[in-house]
Ligand binder design. Structure first.
Ligand code: HEC
Length: 144
């Protein structure tokens, strides 16, 4: 009787050790894969960060609002001018093309039939400093 009990508890102990070992190694596997996931996550955000600096987008958004552009351009609905999304889609990341347009050096491509309304506004963007104009361009293109 006593001996049976001993064997039973020894077996129980053996199983407990066995399962806890198992779960420990599973935990380790889990944490290994989450380390990998976060490493690749950092890589992704690092490469996105070099493409368009968030600070520039933020500065551009402020300028867009304070310079009165928002009066005619909404985020995703056409008002007097095309929406920011529509413009961002048409330019599709073409930073140089949009910069040239806002400097008054390129034809409009989103809605040329309405360009008479937009042309006077170019006086504002033409007068901007290079860095500010770049921020506005970054902001517009970020709305795709
Ligand atoms: C009075 C209304 C009005 C204001 C204010 C205005 N826009 Fe526009 N905008 C328009 C209209 C209308 C169009 C469509 C004509 C066109 O695409 O040429 C347009 C088009 C554009 C385009 C697309 C150009 C293209 O290639 O077709 C950009 C970029 C743009 N606006 C930026 C701005 C910025 C930046 C400001 C602020 C400095 C601004 N707009 C202020 C009316 C306005």
């Amino acid at each position: 009787m006593k001996r049976k009990f001993f064997i039973a508890s020894a077996l129980a102990a053996f199983f407990m050790v066995g399962t806890s070992c198992n779960s420990a190694s599973k935990d380790q596997q889990k944490s290994n894969s989450s380390v990998q996931a976060s490493v690749s996550g950092t890589e992704m955000s690092a490469s996105a960060g070099t493409e368009v600096p968030a600070a520039s987008i933020e500065a551009g958004k402020k300028l867009f609002n304070t310079k009165g552009c928002m009066a005619c351009h909404q985020l995703d609905t056409r008002l007097i001018g095309p929406s920011l999304k529509e413009i961002a889609k048409a330019y599709n990341g073409d930073k140089k093309g949009l910069t040239e347009y806002l400097k008054g050096n390129a034809e409009s491509k989103v809605d040329p039939a309405q360009k008479a309304l937009m042309e006077p506004q170019l006086a504002i963007t033409k007068a901007m400093q290079v860095k500010d104009l770049e921020a506005v361009v970054d902001y517009i293109l970020s709305n795709k």
